[in-house]
Every structure is written in structure tokens, then in C-alpha cells.
Design a protein around this ligand. Structure first.
Ligand code: UD1
Length: 355
């Protein structure tokens, strides 16, 4: 059986790693990289560190407005699908690369499986929310990470196409945690374990408006411990444009980290402040308190279990949220036990007949 994984952005490379290893020797697995993320630190280092095979196709579409970027991917992917003739196209998460691959494949009558199906923020300002909903409704097989995701799919009439597989990011996080813990690497900027926060900010709703971005940066720079800000290119570009310094007060910004170094930095931190979906969950799995600068989250389990707090409209609450007492310990495993990729592989290998 031939399976074509289509990826393009940083969080998708992380999800691809356990899938590529679960499919090794069991299927002819090809990878197409759309080139949505192209900087070495946003792309190549993930393939190297996570041992992901080199993509068979690279469309190098680069940046652009949503329509332009998605259209370039659609055009390129049609050609890739024509050449590779896969039995399944596997798409990941919620980026423009996900939507483009789903639309290209469904039009060519090639079965599409969507990994991380059923996540919803119910916030229609987020480009990722459009991408998720449209991809789920186009796809033939919906691979859901959580029971909550399964419920969302059922309420949209998609129960018959849905399978609960667990969360593949949990698989890769546990493996990486074990290897970085054994290595005991140094922390960036000579920071001391337990004595700093890790932060990432990149969502358009937080970066595009200069007053909002300035307010977030001001709050972070006033925290009582150093804040290691891992600056996404979108953040750097917009901060520069708005004249906002990313190194001030407690704030110390560096380039994005490779995945093992990110896990090491989060694991040793006193807390995480972010608007990333993946990082909220990684903080929970490493049992590090998280504060999320968004009005809602797709990973509601992290909030219900007390390890994640949302701060959005009233940013003056940020300091108190970040320094809140450590949440109650929990042994809940809402994201599975680290075996999700094996489950994905066995569902895909069952074939496309029942879909
Ligand atoms: C994308 C995804 C988002 C995901 C995020 C992870 C969409 C709509 N959004 O957002 O779901 O959480 O990736 O990082 O698909 N840039 C670079 N170098 C790169 C990549 C991007 O400089 O390697 C710059 C581009 O110039 C662009 C900006 O970052 O202006 C945004 O890139 P884009 O891929 O459009 O979206 P992200 O904000 O990264």
C-alpha cells in the first residue's frame, strides 16, 4: 500500500515523525513537503533531529497571503498526486498545507485521512479553524486524538468516518523527553532549572495588531523571572515593523529551538506562556503549568485538569495567572499513552474499503 503524507509547517513535522516510524517496513510511505515553512530552524532541523526520511517531493511554495499560498500548494499537489498515485493521502493538523492536500486529493478521488481530526476552537477568526472544519468534511477517514474531538465530529454528522486513535504528539514527546532527560543538556542562555518561563507568541490575533502585541510584550517583560521567548519568524517580523523590542525587562528572545531542546527547555521551566496549540499540550504532558494567551483552546482537557489557564481580553491578569500555585497532581491520560501512531498505521493498513 502506498501512503503519501503531506506536511508543510513545523507542528506537522513533529506529528509526521512517529507516523513515519510506525509505517516503516509496513507500507510504501512517501512524504511531500509543501515548503510552507522553509527556514532551516522551522523545517530542516526537525527532519534531522526526529529522523524523518527526506521528502520525495518539495513544492517550495514559501510564504504568501492565504489564497496565494494555498493555491500554489493545490497546483503543485495535483502534480504530485498524479505522479505518486497513493492509496491514501494523509494530512496533518490545521494549516494551509492540510487544507490544500485534502482538497487536491478529494477532487482526484484519492482517499484522504485526516490526522488530528475533530479539534475545534469555535473561533472563526482563526485560519486554522476554517482549515480544520473544511478538511474534516472533505476527508474519508477522521483520525481523532481525543474523546472530545470524537464528540465534535459526531455532532457534525461525521461519526461514521471517525476513529479514536489518540494523540501522536504524545508519542514523540515521551520518546524525546526520555532521551533529553538522559542527556542532561545545558539550558539556553545559561538559565537555571526552575528559574525561568518559556514563551512563544505567533497567532495573528496576538501579533498583527501593534497595541495588542505591545501589551503582551509589556506583560511578559514584567514577570518576576526571566522569560525565554522563542521567536517565530512571524513575531520577529511584526515586532520589528511595529517598533516593539523583544529583549526588554525579563524578556530574552532567541531563535526557535529544535524539538529536543524545546522539550528540555519546557521540562526545566517554571511555566509556559504561549498561544501555540501544541505547546499547551506539551506543557501539560511534562506537568509544567501553562498560561495560554487566547480566549479559548482546542485542548480543553489541559484547562479542566487545572494545568492550563486562559488569559485573553484582560492582559493585566497575566502576571497573576503565570505565578499561580502549582496545580494539583494528576495521572489522567486524555491524550493516550504514547501508542497513537501504531494505531494510525493499523487503521490505514486495513485499507480504504470501508470508507
Ligand atoms: C502556520 C499555521 C499554524 C501553525 C504555525 C506553526 C496556517 C494558516 N497557519 O502559521 O496553524 O500553528 O504555522 O508555526 O497554516 N515564515 C518565515 N520562515 C518560515 C516560515 C514562515 O519567515 O520558515 C514567516 C513568513 O514570512 C510568514 C509568516 O512567517 O510571513 C507566517 O508563516 P505562515 O506559514 O503563513 O503561517 P504561520 O504563522 O507560521
Amino acid at each position: 500500500m502506498r501512503i503519501l503524507s503531506v506536511v508543510g509547517a513545523r507542528p506537522q513535522f513533529v506529528k509526521l515523525a512517529p507516523i513515519a516510524s510506525a509505517l516503516q517496513g509496513k507500507a510504501d510511505h512517501l512524504i511531500a513537503h509543501t515548503g510552507q515553512h522553509y527556514d532551516e530552524l522551522m523545517s530542516d532541523v526537525f527532519f534531522q533531529d526526529l529522523g524523518i526520511p527526506t521528502p520525495a517531493f518539495n513544492l517550495a511554495v514559501g510564504s504568501g497571503r492565504h489564497g496565494q499560498q494555498t493555491a500554489a500548494m493545490l497546483t503543485g499537489l495535483e502534480e504530485v498526486l498524479d505522479q505518486s498515485q497513493p492509496d491514501w493521502v494523509l494530512v496533518y493538523g490545521d494549516t494551509n498545507s492540510t487544507l490544500a492536500a485534502a482538497v487536491a486529493a478529494v477532487k482526484m478521488h484519492i482517499p484522504v485521512a485526516h490526522l488530528e481530526a475533530g479539534l475545534r476552537s469555535f473561533n472563526r477568526r482563526m485560519p486554522e479553524e476554517h482549515n480544520r472544519v473544511l478538511t474534516d468534511h472533505a476527508a474519508d477517514l477522521l483520525l481523532a486524538p481525543t474523546k472530545v474531538a470524537m464528540k465534535h465530529l459526531a455532532s457534525e454528522g461525521l461519526a461514521e468516518r471517525s476513529v479514536l486513535v489518540g494523540d501522536v504528539m504524545t508519542d514523540v514527546l515521551y520518546l524525546t523527553r526520555d532521551s533529553v532527560t538522559a542527556k542532561q543538556e545545558e539550558l539556553p542562555l545559561g538559565l537555571n532549572s526552575g528559574d525561568y518561563y518559556v514563551s512563544t507568541i505567533h497567532r495573528p490575533d496576538n501579533t498583527d495588531d501593534s497595541a495588542r502585541l505591545a501589551a503582551i510584550v509589556a506583560q511578559l517583560s514584567n514577570l518576576e523571572k526571566p522569560v525565554l521567548l522563542l521567536a517565530h519568524p512571524r513575531l520577529r517580523t511584526l515586532a520589528e515593523k511595529h517598533g516593539i523590542a523583544l529583549n526588554q525587562g525579563s524578556l530574552q528572545s532567541i531563535d526557535p529551538l529544535a524539538y529536543p531542546q524545546l522539550v528540555n527547555a519546557v521540562q526545566n521551566s517554571a511555566g509556559v506562556v504561549t498561544d501555540s496549540g501544541g505547546l499547551q499540550k506539551e506543557a501539560f504532558l511534562l506537568r509544567v503549568p501553562c498560561t495560554t494567551i487566547r480566549p479559548e483552546t482546542e485542548w480543553v482537557e489541559t484547562v479542566e485538569l487545572g494545568w492550563n489557564t486562559l488569559v485573553s481580553a484582560d492582559l493585566s491578569r497575566l502576571g497573576a495567572a503565570v505565578t499561580r500555585p502549582i496545580p494539583a497532581a494528576t495521572d489522567a491520560t486524555p491524550y493516550g499513552s504514547g501508542q497513537a501512531a501504531q494505531k494510525v498505521a493499523s487503521v490505514l493498513l486495513e485499507g480504504t474499503d470501508r470508507f
